[in-house]
Design a binder for this molecule. Structure first.
Ligand code: DLL
Length: 440
C-alpha cells in the first residue's frame, strides 16, 4: 500500500530532538556506561586496559572509537554470567538466542532495561500506525527469543489489545485473526507471506474477512520486492523492524509509514558503520558492518558490538519528523555472504530477482555444492499453481529467464530447479534460505 497516513510519534521529545542535543545526550550516557562496565565486568576492564583506555578518556560521543570491539564469541566464552554488569538480584529477565552451533547466548535485563526495551517497541508499533484502538496479533515466538515478548510488551504499552499467539499453527492464527478482527500483525516476513497465501487459499479476502492494516516484520533479511508482495497479499502497510538479542531485541530500529529506512533509537544505542576488514568508519550512505553500543543498558551493556549485519545509514531528514539516523534495508550478514566461484553472492540479491518474476512464488532455497572442485549454485524455487500446470516448454522458458536475470544481477550462472507449489518447507520463525554442502 502506498497511501500515507498521518504520522504518529510515541515519544516526540526523544525521537525528534535536534541531532546536536542527542549527540550531547549520547556523550553523557556513553560515559556512564563505560564507567559501569569498567568497574563491574572484568572482561571489559582487561580489554580497555590492554588498549590503554580509561573511563575518563571517554568525554564525548566521538570518543567511542577509543573503545574495544565486542564479538559474539565473547558472549559464548563468558556464558552465562560473565558479561553481566549488574548483580543477579537486579536481573529480572533472561533472553537468549540459540545461534546455529554450540552454546546459546544469554542476555540479562534489569527492570529498567525491560522498561527501555518496551519503550523502543512502543515507538516502533506507533510508527507503523499502531495505537490503543488496535488489536495486535503477535506471532513471533514467545520464550528466550526476543520477538514475542518484545512485541507483546510494546503493544501493551501503547494500550493496544494483544493477541499473544506465539508462532505456529497457521489455521488457528488465521481463525483468531479473523474472529478477533486483528488490525496489526507482528511476525517474520517469511511467515507473514505464508499466512497471506494460506488466507487466500482458504478463500478469505483481506479487507472483507481479514482486517489487518499494518505489520511490523523483521528478525530476518527481506527485500523491497518481498514487501510489495506482502502488502498486496494482505492489503497492509508492511514495516521493517530490526533488532538483535545482544542489544535489546526487536525495536533497535524500525520503519515509519514513509518506509524509507529504519529509524535507529539513538538515545539508547549508538551505531557505527565500519569496513569489516579495516575496522574504520565508512562514509554516510556507504554499506558496511553495523556496530552497536548500548548506552542505557544496565544488566548487560555492550561496547561496540560487531553485529556482522550489513547496511548503510543516512542522516537526511525524514518526512515523519523524527531526527534519528535511518538504516537502509539490510542486505545480509557478512557471514551469510556466499562466495561462489570467487563471486560474492547475498541471498537477498537472488530474492529480489525471484520475487519480481511471474510464475514463481516467493519461496526459495539456495543449495551450494562443490562438484569436481567447482562451486555450483542451485536455486530451487516454487512455481505458482498456474505455472505448475503449464506446458513443459513454458517451464523451461521460465527457468532460462530466471537464470538469465540472476546472471545479470549477481554475475554467476545458477542452475534453476522449479519445484512444486508448497514443496519448500515453511518456517514459523526465521526462514532457512541456504544449504551450503561445502560447509557440511
Ligand atoms: O531476530 C530480534 C528481532 C525479533 C528483530 C523480531 C525483529 C523482529 P536475534 O534472534 O538475536 O534477534 O537475531 C538477530 O537477525 O543480527 C540480523 O542478522 C537479523 N535481523 C533481525 N531483524 C532484521 C531485519 C532478533 N529487519 C539477527 N532485517 C540480526 C534483516 C534482521 N535482518
Amino acid at each position: 500500500m502506498t497511501g500515507k497516513r498521518a504520522h504518529k510519534i510515541w515519544d516526540p521529545a526523544m525521537e525528534c530532538m535536534s541531532r546536536d542535543e542527542r549527540h550531547a545526550l549520547q556523550g553523557r550516557r556513553l560515559r556512564e556506561v563505560v564507567r559501569r562496565v569498567y568497574d563491574n565486568v572484568p572482561v571489559y576492564r582487561a580489554r580497555m586496559d590492554a588498549k590503554g583506555v580509561k573511563p575518563e578518556d571517554i568525554r564525548t560521543a566521538d570518543d567511542i572509537v577509543l573503545l574495544p570491539f565486542t564479538e559474539k564469541t565473547d558472549l559464548r566464552d563468558n556464558f552465562p554470567y560473565g558479561l553481566f554488569a549488574a548483580p543477579k538480584s537486579e536481573i529480572v529477565r533472561i533472553q537468549g538466542s540459540s545461534g546455529t552451533t554450540g552454546k546459546p547466548i544469554v542476555v540479562g535485563y534489569t527492570k529498567n532495561d525491560v522498561d527501555v526495551w518496551t519503550q523502543l517497541m512502543a515507538r516502533a508499533l506507533t510508527a507503523a500506525g499502531g495505537g490503543r484502538d488496535d488489536i495486535i496479533q503477535v506471532c513471533y515466538g514467545y520464550g528466550l527469543f526476543t520477538g514475542g515478548l518484545g512485541a507483546h510488551q510494546g503493544a501493551t504499552e501503547i494500550g493496544a489489545m494483544v493477541i499473544p499467539m506465539s508462532s505456529g499453527n497457521t489455521q488457528r492464527q488465521i481463525m483468531m485473526m479473523r474472529e478477533m478482527g486483528a488490525t496489526m500483525l507482528c511476525c517474520t516476513p517469511s511467515y507473514a507471506t505464508h499466512l497471506g497465501e494460506t488466507i487466500r487459499e482458504m478463500g478469505l479476502e483481506p479487507g472483507k474477512d481479514i482486517h489487518l492494516k499494518a505489520g511490523c516484520f523483521g528478525a530476518e533479511p527481506w527485500t523491497e520486492e518481498m514487501r510489495q508482495k506482502l502488502e498486496e497479499l494482505l492489503g497492509i502497510d508492511a514495516c521493517d523492524l530490526y533488532g538483535l538479542t545482544e542489544i535489546a531485541g526487536p525495536g533497535v530500529a524500525f520503519e515509519c509509514l514513509e518506509k524509507d529506512g529504519m529509524h535507529v533509537n539513538e538515545d539508547h544505542v549508538m551505531l557505527e558503520i565500519i569496513d569489516p576488514v579495516t575496522e574504520k568508519p565508512v562514509p554516510e550512505g556507504q554499506s558496511g558492518e553495523m556496530v552497536f553500543t548500548t548506552i542505557s543498558k544496565e544488566g548487560m551493556p555492550m561496547l561496540r558490538y560487531r553485529t556482522h549485519d550489513i547496511s548503510s545509514i543516512t542522516t537526511s531528514p525524514c518526512a515523519c519528523g523524527r531526527t534519528t539516523l535511518r538504516l537502509g534495508r539490510l542486505t545480509g550478514r557478512t557471514d551469510d555472504m556466499l562466495v561462489i566461484r570467487g563471486v560474492n553472492v547475498f541471498p537477498s540479491q537472488i530474492e529480489s530477482v525471484l520475487v519480481g518474476i511471474r510464475g514463481v512464488a516467493p519461496h526459495y532455497l539456495l543449495v551450494v555444492d562443490r562438484v569436481k572442485s567447482a562451486d555450483v549454485l542451485e536455486v530451487q524455487v516454487e512455481m505458482t499453481e498456474d505455472m505448475f500446470s503449464d506446458t513443459v516448454a513454458h517451464i523451461v522458458e521460465l527457468e532460462k529467464k530466471i537464470s538469465g536475470q540472476i546472471k545479470s544481477v549477481v554475475g554467476i550462472q545458477a542452475k534453476i530447479k522449479l519445484v512444486a507449489p508448497r514443496s519448500i518447507p515453511r518456517s514459523e520463525g526465521k526462514a532457512k534460505r541456504v544449504i551450503d554442502h561445502r560447509k557440511l
